[in-house]
Design a protein around this ligand. Sequence first.
Ligand code: ZN
Length: 298
Amino acid sequence: MAGDEADSFLIEAVQRGDQSAWRDVIARYQGRMLSFARRMLAERSEAEDIVQEAFLGLLRSLPTYDPSRSLETYLFAILRNKLHDHLRRRQKGQRQSLEQLDTDEGAEAWIDAETPSRYLADEEKISAQRAALVAALRQWVEQCTDEHRFQDLIVIEMLVVLGLRNKEVAADLGLTEPAVAGIKFRVLEQWRKLTGEEPGAHEWQEADLARDSTVARIWQEEGISCLKRSTLGRYLLGVLDDDWNLYIDFHVQQGDCDRCQANLQDLRSEDERDAASHERLRERCFASSVGFLSHPPA
Ligand SMILES: [Zn+2]
């Protein structure tokens, strides 16, 4: 995947203290992150503050960043975390200013709350089993889209994301209930194959296809079926096949995926975006975080 390769390349450079790579990371993600933040915060400046905090959070947590994870997923998790904290603080009427956080004491207290691990899995460590599940589920989604098996994908999202029951899925898609049960059975078989028979491999069962399952949680947290930005771009250009369009409509609207919605919004406004404000935000995020960049060896 070209995008992911570019991300790992940039992140490695940032870990070595490369400032221009850090600028590139910010430029690459700031638009979609701002769109995302503005879905919850009407004030642009408030949303920009949170985006700035999220980039700082990324830099602070880079020493423990696992490069096998998607950078976008990781950044969105940090951003969600920051938004959540911000809204809670605001509710309490004790909004902490960034200036406060810049003092040593403030930063200390704040760094403790850093990294999105709290979001991703508080009690449950990101274990090898979880990584294997994520990889298998992603691989399955890729197979579905490669082979245009979008109906399977939609059925699974209806079950694990929307929490619908067989009957509701059947009614919604104009299928019979046994057909839905058949799809579930087939998909569980496919997942079984993908996770292999190694000891410790996940024991697949029908309960995995429910909204409160571990799979459902992983699905949401990792954005398992989220669209690549390049695919969303082609969707906006109207050059995708009908079944692709139907799937994306479903995922974004019915599935109410806030992350893909933010990406679409950002892509839509990319052309008309005010270049100056884009650059201003980038420089602001850069300036506020560059001090945390590790220093290249002398
Ligand atoms: Zn999505």
